[in-house]
Design a protein around this ligand. Structure first.
Ligand code: BES
Ligand code: MN
Ligand code: MN
Length: 458
């Protein structure tokens, strides 16, 4: 069966690539301030793909934001298990367009990778699911599980409406397992199943000091500078080594199991690899011991200032600014709670706001962390399918990023297996400029999922 499937998928791969390229051409950015109609157009395109491939009950599920998800299904036999396949069709903004070597929404293949916004994150996940199901059913017929698809339209903006959407359509989405194709392989050619995700909480901070900016020579001295005030507030969150010092912030964190620690150690991450993959400048120190790199990435919280503004670089004359802005993002370790962390953060910032600055805080919807045990047989079956498809042993890894849906499915359907797979890799530059997808892993990923479906009836 491996050879048959491999051949079928290989023959059809140019068509899968073309279908993916057509999705990439739609700038389905789900952030506020970007055209929502493009997300809707993207949802329509995904819907058409399902319809053209013969899937049933194809429909848009639209949350209050208007950024539609797409549902479709394939019924095989009532007593077969039902597997829900997740991916998302919305994308991040492009960042600095001038730095793209080819335009973000004009897909282009170079050196075995497809470049474009949303290639790896996560439009490839959509085609992966469709191709895997189509080929699995062609080869194994109605022995494969019943399949349901949910292709979300607002993951990148925090999956704000997804929980309600799942609850409102609980019967429709009801399933025995979920495959989330929105994660990363540990490296190119190394198939991986992710067993933990960090959570996310973000807050926008504005400190205001004046009605309007003033000449810094005429006015500075007696009057506090909002930019420095904000820097002090931000600096108060961590010590010099980046360790978070907000009281009780780290209290609930769950340590990785022995099994997980062993899995991390077996991955052979070194300081050299990590420095090279991340593009750190050579003089830069790590904030953790080199043996703790993966644990720090996957199982500890971190704080990052994702944007900062006080005046502007192009007009930075001698001005005492009237306000300063920062967006602060926190990655939450498994065991932490997004709401609790947000409150602790806000309390801390309020307490450390200096000199009577006028402080405004706007918190965004957070995402809770996620962990899964791997005792359900589907995990080993997926591992085996991946190992065969990629021709390299599959690994269990953690993830420092977040996917709100993973926990929502758990909450809605109980302790069912949630398998996190995906086609990102350390080179893919998701969220940055020149995002790309490694095409060989795309093909192997399709094969792996098709083999997994085939292995379920045995
Ligand atoms: N696909 C990513 C998550 C991811 C990134 C998994 C890298 C593995 C490796 C997802 O689209 C994402 O970016 N999630 C957001 C969620 C947030 C908006 C709540 C994130 O992590 O910032
Ligand atoms: Mn994603
Ligand atoms: Mn993303």
């Amino acid at each position: 069966m491996l050879a048959t499937l491999e051949k079928r998928i290989h023959e059809r791969f140019p068509r899968y690539l073309e279908a993916l390229e057509n999705l990439i051409r739609i700038p389905s950015i789900s952030f506020d301030g970007f055209d929502k109609n493009e997300v809707i157009r993207s949802a329509q395109a995904v819907k058409t793909l399902f319809t053209n491939n013969g899937f049933q009950n194809v429909q848009l599920l639209t949350p209050p934001s208007g950024r539609s998800s797409v549902y479709a299904e394939l019924r095989t036999k009532p007593h077969n298990p039902t597997i829900l396949l997740y991916a998302h069709h919305d994308v991040q903004p492009t960042m600095r367009e001038a730095l793209w070597e080819s335009p973000p929404f004009s897909p282009e293949v170079r050196n075995g990778r497809l470049y474009g916004r949303g290639t790896a994150d996560d439009k490839a996940g959509i085609i992966l699911h469709i191709a895997a199901v189509t080929q699995a059913v062609a080869v194994f017929g109605d022995k494969i599980p019943n399949i349901k698809f949910i292709i979300e339209g607002e993951e990148e903006s925090g999956s704000v409406g997804l929980q309600t959407l799942i609850n409102d359509n609980k019967e429709l989405l009801k399933c025995d397992a979920v495959i989330v194709a929105d994660n990363s392989n540990f490296a190119k050619g190394i198939p991986s199943i992710t067993t933990s995700l960090r959570g996310m909480a973000a807050v926008e901070v504005v400190v205001k000091s004046l009605k309007a900016p003033l000449h810094s020579g005429s006015w500075s001295g007696p009057i506090p500078d909002p930019a420095q005030a904000l820097c002090r507030m931000i600096a108060s969150l961590t010590d010099a080594k980046g360790q978070i010092v907000i009281p009780h912030f780290m209290d609930g964190i769950t340590e990785p199991t022995k099994e997980e620690e062993d899995a991390y150690d077996s991955l052979g991450m070194t300081e050299e690899i990590f420095r090279k993959d991340s593009g750190m400048v050579s003089t830069l120190s790590l904030m953790v011991d080199k043996k703790d790199i993966l644990k720090s990435l996957w199982r500890k919280p971190s704080i990052v200032v994702t944007a900062m503004e006080a005046g502007s670089r192009t007009q930075s004359g001698n001005v005492l600014q009237d306000s300063a802005y920062a967006r602060i993002g926190i990655r939450l370790a498994p065991g932490m709670d997004a709401d609790v962390a947000m409150l602790q953060m806000i309390e801390h910032l309020k307490k450390h706001c200096p000199l009577g600055m006028d402080l405004s805080l706007f918190s965004e919807d957070g995402a809770n962390p996620f962990t899964t045990d791997i005792s359900h047989p589907y995990f080993e079956m997926m591992k085996e399918a991946m190992t065969q498809a990629y021709g390299a042993p599959a690994r269990y890894i953690g993830c420092g990023a977040s996917i709100p849906g993973a926990q929502f499915f758990r909450d809605a359907f109980g302790p069912i297996p949630v398998l996190l797979t995906g086609l990102e890799d350390p080179e893919c530059n998701a969220h940055g400029e020149n995002e790309s997808l490694y095409l060989k892993d795309f093909e192997h990923g399709i094969l792996a999922e098709a083999l997994f479906f085939g292995s379920l009836h045995k």
